[in-house]
Write a protein that binds this ligand. Structure first.
Ligand code: PHE
Length: 475
């Protein structure tokens, strides 16, 4: 092996890949999407997407990376020729885009962690107003509520932490950080759930979350479920391909992928089990209905109100832990995102990891500026004229979601039409002696050849139509 680095073994790889998967997608997006799309019914659609569409794509993606042993661009071009390299490059660019907005939202979470733990945000009478001015005024250095209020600064610090970890290399940096943060994340999550379930009206939240109401099932539910599943599992743009390239040939890919998918899905599931009892507790306190549909601000406006209701000390502990949890989840994902372009520059362009990491971090931070300024500071970014008046954050995150499903679809076509599914089999058989004769192999063949490319292709086209034209104008 060259000096490009590798994971120490199965556990290191699984923790890192699960760390990539578990992120804002699970704790910020999943609960608000479930809240907006009917609770339990969304959960069911989401699980179907994971089993039939995401798991096969995940196995395929890791096997490409491990077989080629290099970055996303290098892997596609090594196994499929220069033209396919463009698909790898597309993934790298999507990774840069995702990180650019992801880091902004991570910065908000970091700011909230500081404000709740060390400031007095919980005494704020108008949480909605606070959030509005917090995301709007990115440079405000006045120490509102006892903590400097600049989310420019918070995002910058977050990016520096990301770069610092990745600059230390695959084993010491990425694996080491995940080995600390992932177990802590689970412990905090379970702790908050246990507490949340003891609150008044918690069971009504659990019911909303777990008892399906089939009348809520819409075409929209499928789109949202699929996009969310891809985003949440970090699929379709080369993160798992890159991590797979650091995995030893001795390890069992289908088995590891099953553990990663289960770990990610369980965190999303538990995040719902944490958030809905909290939200229903607030509904009970304020005697109102349906705050669960608040959308993206759910964790930034509704939850701080919940923490306020818990009283000064408990609120500070539970609220601070909650946002620490969000920061851990986000950081294990940002390091995996930056690793994609970094691996490309190190492997294909033969550059020095340490330098490349800091340069990429700076570039991506700058690319994130429009997102940061789209929350009110610059009105034209707040209401995009070409995107039905939505803000830039919504726009870029939608574009990335679409790119992931398109990337996943093309990857399946790459495996069956270019690389050859027998080559994937040969890769998967290494580290898994029974694979060749297993039912799993047949299942993966059907999915990668037919089910995934066809369904992902159709869904991607429909989502593009939905976003730009509106489905109602076509059907
Ligand atoms: N899976 C991460 C999350 O759920 C986001 C992510 C997407 C990370 C794509 C890497 C690649 O937050």
């Amino acid at each position: 092996m060259s000096n490009r680095g590798s994971f120490s073994g199965r556990i290191g790889f699984i923790l890192a890949a699960a760390g990539s998967a578990v992120g804002l997608g699970n704790i910020w997006k999943f609960p608000y999407l479930a809240g907006q799309n009917g609770g339990a019914i969304f959960l069911i659609v989401y699980l179907l997407c994971i089993v039939f569409l995401c798991y096969p794509v995940m196995v395929g993606e890791i096997s490409i990376g491990r077989s080629a042993g290099t970055d996303a661009y290098g892997s596609y071009s090594k196994l499929g020729g220069k033209r396919w390299g463009y698909l790898g490059m597309f993934g790298i660019i999507v990774g840069v885009m995702i990180l650019s907005f992801y880091n902004v939202v991570a910065g908000w979470a970091f700011g909230y962690f500081l404000h709740i733990s060390f400031g007095d945000l919980l005494n704020e009478p108008d949480m909605g107003g606070f959030f509005g001015s917090f995301v709007n005024d990115i440079l405000d250095l006045s120490s509102a509520k006892g903590v400097a209020n600049s989310n420019f600064l918070f995002s910058l610090i977050f990016m520096i932490m990301t770069a610092f970890i990745v600059a230390r290399g695959v084993q010491k940096g990425i694996e080491g950080a995940n080995k600390v943060m992932m177990p802590s994340l689970y412990i905090i999550l379970i702790g908050i759930i246990v507490y949340a379930l003891t609150l008044p009206n918690a069971m009504s939240g659990v019911k909303f979350y777990l008892i399906p109401d089939f009348s809520e099932l819409k075409v929209q539910t499928f789109f949202e479920g699929l996009k969310q599943a891809f985003f949440s599992l970090s699929l379709g743009m080369g993160t798992l391909m890159t991590y797979g390239s650091y995995l030893s040939k001795k390890e069992n890919i289908p088995g590891s992928a099953a553990v990663i998918a289960t770990a990610d899905t369980s965190v999303a599931f538990f995040a719902g089990l944490m958030v809905f009892p909290l939200v229903h507790f607030l509904q009970y306190k304020l005697q109102v209905d349906n705050i669960a549909t608040a959308g993206p601000p759910l964790i930034f406006i509704v939850l701080p109100q919940v923490f306020h209701e818990m009283g000064a000390i408990v609120g500070r502990i539970i609220g601070g832990s909650f946002f620490l949890l969000v920061c851990f989840a986000a950081l294990t994902s940002t390091i995996s995102l930056i690793e994609v372009p970094v691996a490309y520059l190190v492997d294909t362009k033969k550059m020095q990891r340490k330098n490349v990491v800091w340069i990429m971090a700076l570039i991506i931070f700058i690319v994130g500026m429009p997102t940061m300024m789209s929350q009110g500071m610059v009105p034209s970014l707040n209401k995009l004229f070409f995107y039905r008046g939505q803000d830039f954050l919504g726009f870029i995150s939608d574009m990335c979601d679409i790119s992931l499903t398109v990337g996943g679809c093309l990857m399946c076509i790459f495996i069956s039409r270019r690389w050859g599914i027998q080559n994937m089999d040969a890769e998967l058989a290494q580290g898994n002696e029974t694979y060749m004769k297993s039912a799993l192999r047949k299942y993966l063949h059907v999915c990668i050849r037919w089910v995934c490319p066809i369904l992902l292709g159709i869904m991607s086209i429909l989502v593009i139509i939905e976003k730009f034209i509106g489905l109602e104008n076509i059907f």
